[in-house]
Design a protein around this ligand. Structure first.
Ligand SMILES: Nc1ncnc2c1ncn2[C@@H]1O[C@H](COP(=O)(O)OP(=O)(O)O)[C@@H](O)[C@H]1O
Ligand SMILES: [Mg+2]
Length: 346
């Protein structure tokens, strides 16, 4: 099911939580809504689900305007972070719930419902736990049952709001891989919300980066990481440091020192230079190098992270060098930027 979101605006007490967001989601896509807390991710998901109605704008499911339709009419399945299973129902009854509450005309016969619940338990790799109760399951198992329950109604669209948010890091990582594989098998159009960039980058076909009720960028994970559209996206995705620089006819100045013609085509004036830790190399003091005082050195996996204090504003630049690099005792070091992005200040 294709979903088309057109200039969707949502105000709560006249405060806009979404400012006219437009987005096309392709059938079968696994899409992540990623952004800091309060950026409007849940609001957008609830508007797609029909749990909330827009102040203006529309949501299309295929060619049909679904904006005023109910959750049930839209036939969406959803899972939330704290979406409790019904405590007094067995796992199988939890999964069957959405089918049993249908009116008689659309409700499948009881034996079909039972078979479907058993198939879904197979699908989420929890066969033979149908008779257990939620309190007898681990957190990861509960979220998989919640997902089976969402899938039971054969939804056109699956909406997940931080489904693994409450679980510990290791279980989350397993469930991520598992959900990706499940998605590949079932092919549901899936939109999931996360504030965890690693989760978004690892799992999804495309990532929608949100900030303050707006879409900042939409793209494949590589695109978002390698060509961030704004300083906000650059800073939010992956590690990066920002330096205040000045652009003058394409030449970039850090204080009064020129770093060279790095900003062709950018307007003159104050700008932000963003650099990822692995995108600099140790060099001798020379023209074009960024020099600074080493403020801290720490080990980080296979790399050594150096925090360099740069310029007269005391800005910090984080640089990763191989752990084998001998760090000379001199407190001042210079690094050559290999890759960078420059954005107008603002
Ligand atoms: N029901 C509501 N009533 C009033 N304000 C709300 C409501 N839901 C969300 N908001 C506000 O809308 C903004 C976006 O919230 P939300 O969509 O939950 O963000 P996210 O999921 O990205 O953390 C926030 O400022 C939040 O306080
Ligand atoms: Mg949220």
């Amino acid at each position: 099911m294709d979903i088309s979101i057109r200039r969707l605006r949502k105000e709560f007490d006249r405060y806009p939580a979404l400012h006219g967001v437009s987005l096309d989601i392709a059938s079968g896509e696994l899409l992540a809504l990623l952004g800091p807390s309060g950026s409007g991710k849940t609001t957008l998901l609830r508007l797609i689900a029909g749990l909330e109605f827009p102040t203006s704008g529309a949501v299309f499911f295929g060619a049909e305007d679904a904006s005023q339709k109910s959750v049930r009419e839209r036939n969406v399945g959803f899972v939330f972070q704290h979406y409790a299973l019904f405590r007094h129902m067995s796992v199988a009854d939890n999964i069957a719930f959405g089918l049993r509450v249908r009116d008689r005309a659309t409700r499948p016969p009881e034996d079909v419902i039972r078979r479907r619940a058993a198939e879904l338990l197979e699908l989420v790799q929890l066969p033979q736990i149908g008779n257990r109760f939620p309190h007898q399951l681990s957190g990861g198992q509960r979220q998989r049952v919640a997902l089976a329950r969402a899938l039971a109604i054969e939804p056109q669209v699956l909406l997940l709001d931080e489904p693994f948010g409450a679980l510990d890091a290791k279980v989350r990582k397993e469930l991520r891989r598992w959900l990706r594989e499940l998605h590949e098998r079932t092919g549901h159009t899936t939109v999931f919300v996360t504030h965890d960039q690693e989760e978004a980058m690892e799992m999804s076909d495309r990532v929608v980066v949100m900030g303050q009720g707006r879409i900042e960028q939409v793209g494949a994970p590589d695109e978002i990481y390698d060509r961030p559209a704004s300083a906000f996206v650059h800073g939010f995705i992956g590690d990066s440091s920002a330096l205040s620089v000045t652009v003058d006819r394409g030449e970039v100045f850090l204080g009064r020192r020129s770093l060279g013609p790095l900003a062709a085509g950018l307007p003159d004036g104050p700008a932000r230079m963003l650099l990822r830790p692995h995108d600099l190399e140790l060099t001798a003091q020379s023209a074009g190098a960024i020099a600074g005082r080493i403020a801290a050195v720490r080990r980080h996996g296979g790399a050594r992270m150096i925090e360099l204090e740069v310029g007269d504003k005391g800005e910090r630049l984080e640089v990763a060098v191989p752990a084998s690099t001998p760090i000379c005792p001199e407190p001042v070091q210079a690094f050559r930027p290999l890759r960078w992005q420059i954005y107008p200040a603002g």
